[in-house]
Design a protein around this ligand. Structure first.
Ligand code: C2E
Ligand code: CA
Ligand code: CA
Ligand code: CA
Length: 272
């Protein structure tokens, strides 16, 4: 029977996918213990003064056999299981303890996913980590992507509100690609809009991207939040963004993500 053959084919496909996922999850759990995850840091600067202001922590899996694995190949899998809580706490601990050794005018920005917030008591973890590492809350920024609409009744909303009460900064990541409507943004507890790379990429060639960036900067100033551009790759893009009034930025033009050791050298070089 064609239909049952189709079904069993389909089931096998799904099982393979599920098994693969289970395998990756198990492997990842072990890898956290084996210290196979690392954080790179990508410097962020003030576009008007050129000053280094902080860095975004970006996770990588340094797999003993498969080499360096990019976050998009394991974060989504971790998010589907409880592993994201485990990995997320490790990332926060690592980022905060490393940032505590930087000059005290620099902050660290850490990516946190909505799944992570919904699955664990992340707030208590963050309180504990700040205490243990002695990093002042003002030197931690949380980057959150709107994978779901954050309404005032959602756990994510409460989480963000509590973070801000503690003095932690919040950036809305990949801004312009998510759900944000004007009325909704007005009430959202955030400090920064992080303009998605897709608009920056095309900004030197494309008038539409430029006008989107312009609207975002106007929106930000009426909301009294700041703006940061990600993925600045050329000097032309940098010039354009600063002329459009974007305050902060990061991207290959300024610096690539780098190891903690290289970031310390970067800090020294900027001071000199
Ligand atoms: P994201 O938060 O939008 O991070 C920016 C990504 O753009 C990073 O990729 C970074 O290496 C890359 N990038 C930076 N500057 C440039 C540039 O000038 N040009 C181009 N083309 N790319 C640039 P990466 O490290 O592969 O991270 C990908 C995504 O994985 C991140 O996107 C973030 O959503 C997620 N991710 C990374 N680290 C973490 C983490 O610790 N926790 C969570 N939950 N997600 C993470
Ligand atoms: Ca980010
Ligand atoms: Ca981003
Ligand atoms: Ca992005």
């Amino acid at each position: 029977q064609a239909s049952s053959r189709y079904m069993s084919f389909f089931n096998t496909e799904m099982e393979v996918a599920a098994n693969h996922r289970g395998q990756v999850v198990n492997e990842m759990k072990q890898s956290i213990f084996n210290n196979e995850f690392i954080l790179d840091y990508q410097p962020q600067l003030d576009l008007s003064t050129g000053q280094l202001i902080g860095a975004e922590a970006l996770v990588r899996w340094k797999h003993p056999k498969r080499g360096m694995i990019a976050p998009l190949n394991f974060i989504p899998i971790a998010e589907e299981s409880d592993l994201i809580s485990f990995l997320g706490v490790w990332i926060l601990e690592k980022a905060c303890s490393e940032a505590a050794t930087w000059p005290d005018d620099l902050y660290v920005a850490v990516n946190v996913s909505c799944a992570q917030i919904e699955k664990t008591d992340l707030l208590s973890d963050i309180k504990r980590i700040l205490e243990e590492t002695q990093l002042p809350p003002s030197r931690l920024e949380i980057e959150i992507t709107e994978s779901v609409l954050i309404t005032d009744k959602s756990p994510v909303f409460n989480f963000l509100t509590a973070l801000r009460e503690m003095g932690i900064k919040i950036a809305l990541d990949d801004f312009g690609t998510g759900y944000s409507s004007l009325s909704y943004l007005h009430d959202l507890p955030i400090d920064k809009l992080k303009i998605d790379r897709s608009f920056i990429n095309q900004s030197d060639a494309d008038e539409k991207s430029r006008s989107i960036i312009r609207s975002i900067t106007h929106l930000a100033s009426s909301l009294k939040v700041s703006t940061i551009a990600e993925g600045i790759e050329t000097e032309d893009q940098y010039d354009l963004l600063s002329s459009l009034g974007v305050q902060y930025g990061q991207g290959y033009w300024y610096a690539r993500p780098m190891t903690p050791e290289s970031f310390k050298e970067f800090i020294e070089a900027k001071k000199a």
